[in-house]
Design a protein around this ligand. Structure first.
Ligand SMILES: [Zn+2]
Length: 116
């Protein structure tokens, strides 16, 4: 990686693109685990108190909270997407100050060149 003190805004964009390339699908939301009873009578799992484990993804659509049931075999894939989402958010956080610093350096350079 180039020394961030000398990078240009274009370098920051290139860095962001290459880092983000491996982060798809990137998802935001939260996956939660719960146990709930079923409707069957005399269900052994419910009687033992074990109940039935299930996963639910909580997300937002147009500002409204939505809950989607996630079958157990899809949990690792969904979890990977959520991990990517967090990594992408972290990346965008890092990008903001670097990009602004690069823009300011470019502005200073442009001024110097105009004067000389
Ligand atoms: Zn049951």
């Amino acid at each position: 990686m180039k020394d961030s003190r000398f990078e240009t805004s274009f370098d920051v964009v290139r860095w962001l693109e290459s880092e983000a390339a491996g982060l798809w699908p990137a998802l935001l939301g939260s996956l939660s685990f719960r146990r709930s009873p079923c409707v069957r009578e005399n269900c052994p799992a419910c009687r033992s108190g074990e109940q039935h484990p299930s996963y639910v993804l909580y997300g937002r659509q147009k500002g409204r909270r939505v809950a989607v049931y996630v079958p157990e075999e899809l949990v690792p894939e969904v979890q990977r997407g959520l991990d990517n989402g967090r990594a992408l958010q972290e990346l965008l956080q890092q990008a903001a100050p670097r990009y602004v610093k690069a823009l300011k350096r470019e502005r200073t350079e442009a001024r110097k060149n105009r004067k000389s």
